[in-house]
Design a protein around this ligand. Structure first.
Ligand code: ATP
Ligand code: MG
Length: 295
């Protein structure tokens, strides 16, 4: 069945153009705002069921990566979409400015340590993709990474794309289903959300003065996102460019993509070995045998 999300899904980025993707797109999904909460509740229930199967089957794992400009709604998408999932089956990791220890390693090191186990859903709130986004927009960050001069060549960005693509291919070959979400918010919508953060005491904590500086580099960020998607999209690790100006629609797209990702796994195959018949029989015997007299 062709996916309703195919318009947002990039499996081959060679001809990808970000400006063709509308942050207010998604009309073809025919979802009305007033129906969105019910639709999401159903999808979230389905994710919870599939996640239990993933856990029981214990062969595959799932990695969901979220990247976006500030205030695009990463946190809220993660919160809503995974709200029904058993917390034990899911790990969310956020990646901020790297520490000195992290900078002393290769750029995949800190994320590798947080990869999901088989049977689980791992969520990266930001990821190694920051290495071709914020670091590309701010070359001074690259200077601080302590790399040897020999590797600081004009091919560095190309090489990072290659390494990321190779890493994701390796993960896919090891039994991990990958979906990468770029929450595509418009510059105007971000402006409104920032103003709402300033105006609403409950939201103020989310605002950091640095956000305005990053916003000033909007065009550079969009160029970096486009290049990233062009170079790192693959059938086994697609980018889903989520129209993010309307949160309810963004949540619908992300949750549907997660369902599709989980449904792509064949749980009929042999599951991880559970207890043997003999072990079950012994357990039954132990549980049904007459209790020993207490001394
Ligand atoms: P968010 O903005 O996603 O809600 P936050 O505001 O809680 O998160 P911040 O304190 O802004 O978190 O931390 C995220 C910051 O860390 C971002 O500005 C991001 O670009 C930066 N960052 C993440 N990874 C790297 C990296 N590898 N190198 C440099 N900066 C990075
Ligand atoms: Mg921030």
């Amino acid at each position: 069945m062709p996916s309703a999300l195919s318009r947002f899904t990039v499996t081959d980025g060679r001809h990808f153009r970000l400006r063709r993707m509308d942050p207010r797109g998604g009309a073809h999904l025919r979802l009305k705002k007033e129906d969105a909460a019910d639709a999401l509740a159903k999808t979230v229930g389905r994710i919870a069921d599939l996640q239990e199967q993933l856990y029981a089957h214990h062969r595959w794992g799932v990695l969901l990566i979220f990247q976006a400009m500030d205030a695009a709604g990463k946190d809220s998408a993660i919160k809503h979409v995974l709200s029904g999932v058993n917390p034990q089956g899911c790990q969310v990791s956020s990646f901020k400015v790297p520490s000195a220890e992290e900078l002393d390693h290769d750029f995949l090191w800190r994320t590798t340590a947080r990869l999901p186990e088989r049977g689980r859903i791992g969520v990266f709130n930001r990821s190694y993709y920051e290495e071709v986004l914020v670091v590309r927009v701010h070359p001074e960050l690259l200077q601080r990474q302590g790399l040897p001069a020999e590797v600081m060549t004009p091919r560095l960005w190309e090489e990072r794309y290659e390494d990321i693509a190779g890493f994701e291919r390796h993960l896919a070959r090891s039994g991990f289903v990958i979906r990468k979400f770029f929450l595509n918010v418009s510059e105007e919508e971000q402006r409104e959300r920032f103003l709402a953060r300033l105006d609403t005491p409950d939201k103020r904590w989310k605002f950091s003065p640095g956000d305005i500086k990053e916003r000033a580099r909007w065009a550079d960020y969009m160029a970096a996102y486009e290049e990233m998607i062009r170079h790192t999209s693959a059938p086994h690790a697609p980018w889903i460019v989520v129209p993010a100006d309307r949160k309810w629609l963004a949540h619908h797209v992300v949750s549907t993509a997660v369902v599709e990702a989980l449904e792509s796994i064949d749980f009929r195959g042999p599951a991880s070995p559970g207890p043997t018949r003999r072990e079950l029989a012994l357990a039954r015997q132990a549980l049904t045998a007459p209790a020993k007299k207490r001394r």
